[in-house]
Design a protein. Structure first.
Length: 79
């Protein structure tokens, strides 16, 4: 039967000391990634809003032109 692997508890003398600059670099790296992700989400939401506003404006303009043309056709041909 296989034996369970041994676990090392606590730090051993062979472990290298912790580099505080590496911790700071990792902190800034992950913070920059998080900020970039949030910025992309905000830009995506703003782009979606701009798209729907432009779409609504174009649909409104098309309806206005459609009704204006229909009115002129009725006026000219007496429908």
């Amino acid at each position: 039967m296989a034996q369970p692997a041994r676990r090392h508890v606590g730090a051993t003398p062979e472990d290298p000391p912790v580099d505080p600059e590496a911790i700071d670099r990792a902190y800034h790296y992950h913070r920059a990634r998080r900020n970039a992700r949030l910025r992309r989400q905000r830009e995506k939401a703003q782009a979606r809003l701009r798209f729907f506003m432009t779409f609504a404006l174009l649909v409104g303009l098309a309806l206005f032109l459609l009704l204006t043309i229909w009115h002129q056709v009725q006026k000219v041909f007496g429908l």
